[in-house]
Design a protein around this ligand. Structure first.
Ligand SMILES: NC(=O)c1ccc[n+]([C@@H]2O[C@H](COP(=O)([O-])OP(=O)(O)OC[C@H]3O[C@@H](n4cnc5c(N)ncnc54)[C@H](O)[C@@H]3O)[C@@H](O)[C@H]2O)c1
Length: 252
């Protein structure tokens, strides 16, 4: 399949902050905004992958290391991005980890850790960047959800619970920030063929079963999630807020 993707003039020179940008879907989001000639700052805890990506993409893409589970470290990293490339008018809350865990063994400590990994940092990133967006007269915030909980997927109750809550975060922040013309949306990926998924869970049998549940016959590459994100960040989506945008090939 050959694709000729859109260019959005409204994204040129925009400052964009992305969490979890070093690999997987986040890496494709970084690449997509860089291709739109935006100024991109991303945070991640993977030092080697972050440095390699920033170096490959050149001076318009910078990174800061941080573990988003630590809110003080998150605030410091976003503060440094802002010092280096100015306040963001686009924020993509992408980082998460879908580690498996059984409901029988789940402790309160691990439940809290999963929420910190998959949900809490999204709010604190919004809190960090929203004042700059308010001053700029508007912005676009994109929170990464997952259709796993909607499909009643099992084996990761604290991840699924966090991902379901992303929808609530999106809708309440869309209300709180809407007066400032800041839009907040959730992008909802289906099963996306990142390196991590391919290494850990994409067995031949799992893929075969999954494709049967999609309406479309092709596995979803991460770039297609990035295409939805750049659309939602652009002025083309100026009247889209408080909603969910699925990229799941009609998975039922
Ligand atoms: N891949 C899929 O099939 C799929 C499906 C549904 C939803 N999603 C969602 O898409 C988003 C991206 O997922 P992905 O598959 O690309 O994941 P991934 O594991 O491939 O990449 C996640 C990135 O986030 C970083 N990260 C993780 N925890 C971090 C932390 N505490 N601090 C800083 N950085 C951290 C990792 O280092 C990595 O670079 C997530 O929100 C995930 O829930 C993915």
């Amino acid at each position: 399949m050959t694709n000729r993707f859109a260019t959005y003039p409204s994204l040129e020179d925009k400052t964009v902050f992305i969490s979890g940008g070093a690999s997987g879907i986040g890496e494709q989001i970084v690449r997509a905004f860089a291709a739109q000639k935006a100024r991109v700052g991303f945070v991640d805890l993977d030092a080697a992958a972050s440095a390699a990506l920033a170096e490959e993409l050149g001076p318009n893409v910078i990174s800061e290391l941080c573990d988003l589970r630590d809110v003080e470290s998150l605030k410091a990293a976003f503060g440094k991005l802002q010092e280096r490339i100015g306040p963001a008018t686009v924020l993509v809350n992408n980082a998460a980890r879908d580690d498996r865990h059984s409901w029988q063994d789940l402790t309160a400590e691990y439940f809290d850790e999963r929420v910190a990994t998959n949900l809490r940092h999204m709010f604190f990133a919004i809190q960090a960047v929203a004042p700059g967006m308010i001053e700029a007269g508007g912005g676009s915030i994109i929170n990464m959800g997952s259709n796993s909980w909607w499909e009643a997927g099992g084996g990761f109750p604290a991840y699924a619970t966090s991902k379901a809550a992303v929808h609530g975060l999106t809708r309440t922040m869309a209300r709180d920030l809407g007066d400032h013309r800041i839009r907040v949306n959730t992008v909802v990926p289906g099963w996306i063929m990142t390196d991590r998924q391919k290494t850990l869970w994409a067995t031949e049998e799992a893929l075969e079963n999954h494709v049967k549940r999609q309406c479309l016959p092709d596995l979803i590459e991460p770039v297609y999630v990035a295409r939805m994100v750049v659309f939602l960040a652009s002025d083309d989506a100026a009247m889209c807020t408080a909603n969910n945008y699925m990229v799941e090939a009609g998975s039922i």
